[in-house]
Design a protein around this ligand. Sequence first.
Ligand code: TXA
Ligand code: MG
Length: 310
Amino acid sequence: MELLYPVENDIDRAVEILKKGGIVAFPTETVYGIGCDAFNEKAVERLYEIKKRSRDKPLIVGVGSFEEIYEIAEVNEVAEILIKEFFPGSLTLVLKNKKIPSIVTANSQKVAVRMPSHEIPLKLIRKLGRPVVVPSANISGRPSPTKFEHVLSDFGESIDAIIIGECQIGIESTILDVTVSPPKLLRPGAVSTEALKKFVDLEVGEDTFGQYEISAEVLVFTGRGVEEEIKKFLAKRKNAVVIAKKNIYGERVIEVGETLESYAMNFFDALRKAESMGAEVILVEGIEEKGIGEAIMHRLYRCARNVIRV
Ligand code: TXA
Ligand code: MG
């Protein structure tokens, strides 16, 4: 496994690895991704294997240019509007597939396409000259990685390289299926539902997201009485760690910051940190479900044993 840096020589090295069918992890503006050539079926096979990902869960395909989208998928009117508005960036569109191998789409006739805005994946895809799959760089079921250390701890030597760099948002892309009318929101994410609704009338799809596997019991608190309730819990439970906007609780507290943006950037990391502190229970201060807060709470609900509204 090679550790690479965001410099031209190392990007070229990563492209060489991808050309040979290797697997490389890299930061994107949302979370860390792990990729290989989308047309190399053997490499994709190995990626499913390494991620311990079920074969019926398709992979997002990352593209480096607008032409590439039209080459691999059918772009309808709604897609065209959204591509113009949100690409490159953190919106993934589900489109009719034209030529992406069925192993990538899990035998679906549709393909999920995204053009990252982060310069590292953009350079990788453009220099390779082919689309690259861009799933999150975690073992299936684990919280998404936002730092290269998370990738290292999930995969160690089993992948070929990691490019060290920074993510900017901290939560995965929004996924919208535009092959149906009205378009269906499959996953809330970095692009808020409000922002999308300015351009399309969408419907919220059925939630097929599984629970995350966290080595502690996660309790999420929302409402006006959060502070008081967390303090009561702390008095009872010794081996607890609190994830809070700011520390008003004592020692075993991880701060994620008070803005929606800092919360988004820090909460996946905070969950992993709390685990490594040996927490038996993780008490999480929720955040208001507006803007990116909607996606943050969506993920927290999938970590939580219980949501406590106070
Ligand atoms: O921000 C992101 O999207 C990150 C970065 C690294 O690109 N990637 C990411 O990938 O979150 P992943 O694999 O963790 O989540 C992709 C989701 C899965 O829930 C998968 O089922 C869905 O996208 N998906 C992929 N292809 C699809 C398709 N053809 N139809 C419907 N859903 C699809
Ligand atoms: Mg994921």
